[in-house]
Design a protein around this ligand. Structure first.
Ligand code: NAP
Length: 280
């Protein structure tokens, strides 16, 4: 029987996940469909009951449900528990198990473009929201040399730095100080939504002080190349947008659902086609 997978979120209309994952199932000859379900916040419990009742095989979870969904699941993977957010639900028999694939997806995207080992790098993370948690904690667990976290709401940066400090040297840094100390960092990651469509003329931090060869990474992929990434590129930085992370977090979810290696090239091509065939 044809399997059903999907993504829940609100809004969900512009999600690239259905096109990307349907292409993946087709490529490896798995008879499955992938549907975007718009689920309002007060309908989350009914939606998860529906997953159980209808025998849906697996789900991705996006804003605003990544935290709230945890209470409706049977088990939470230790990494998702640690991050306090679930973006993937796997059905095992009658159980629904929550995972977080954002951090692993980010790391899989990042490692191939680094000029040296992550363990030798001092990292500045801008933002301390849901995506920042996955990215920062996973990098900390992988053993970066040092990590600083700057966020508009300082208490959230402090909390995230505390979480990371059980794995590496980590601290929160006021944005003005991060700006002043920019030359100290080998990798600067924007996990905020600053610069995302429609606010494309905004930047999370001025890059005037960066050295050539620094890695500047932006989780945003609409626009494909933010004004911040364009500025970084013009200053000689190695840049990466959020497409690779998006593809890899979906690929890791696909592998958890199916046990089959995800066709990452096909998935990326589908995403690029949907984004209009641009290049970073
Ligand atoms: P979130 O939990 O809402 O966090 C948003 C973050 O941005 C917070 O740190 C917030 O600071 C900061 N922020 C927002 N507007 C700001 C402003 N005007 N000035 C200063 N700081 C501001 O959202 P999220 O889920 O982490 O997503 C963040 C970004 O990552 C989005 O652009 C999203 O598209 C992207 N993302 C990409 C991927 C991918 O696969 N490539 C995956 C997940 C997310 P406060 O804490 O002070 O509010």
């Amino acid at each position: 029987m044809r399997q059903v997978y999907g993504v829940i979120g609100n809004p969900i209309g512009h999600s690239l996940s259905p096109a990307m994952l349907e292409a993946a199932f087709k490529e490896v000859n798995i008879d499955a469909t992938y549907v975007a379900f718009e689920v309002k916040e007060d309908q989350l419990k009914q939606a998860i009951d529906g997953v159980r009742g209808l025998g849906i095989s697996g789900l991705n979870v996006t804003i605003p449900h990544k935290v709230a969904v945890m209470e409706y699941l049977d088990e939470i993977d230790p990494i998702a528990e640690r991050l306090g957010a679930v973006n993937t639900i796997v059905r095992k028999g009658n159980k629904l198990i929550g995972y977080n694939t954002d951090g692993k997806g980010y790391l899989q995207a990042l490692l191939p473009i680094l000029p040296k080992s992550l363990k030798e790098m001092r990292v500045l993370v801008l933002g301390a929201g849901g995506a920042a948690k996955g990215v920062a904690v996973t990098m900390a667990m992988d053993g970066v040399k040092e990590m600083c976290i700057s966020n508009r709401t300082v208490s959230k940066a402090e909390e995230l730095a505390k979480e990371c400090s059980s794995h590496t040297r980590a601290s929160s840094l006021p944005i003005a100080l991060a700006q002043a100390r920019l030359t100290e960092f080998d990798l600067i990651v924007n996990t905020t939504s600053i610069g995302m469509t429609p606010h494309v003329d905004q930047m999370p931090l001025s890059l005037e002080m960066i050295a050539r060869g620094v890695v500047v990474s932006d989780l945003i992929y609409t626009p494909f190349k933010t004004m911040w990434l364009k500025d970084a590129e013009a200053r000689g930085a190695i840049i990466q947008n959020g497409v690779e992370m998006f593809v890899n977090q979906g690929a890791v979810a696909f592998e958890k659902w199916t046990g089959v290696e995800a066709p990452r090239k096909v998935m990326k091509k589908k995403v690029m086609d949907k984004l209009g065939g641009m290049k970073c």
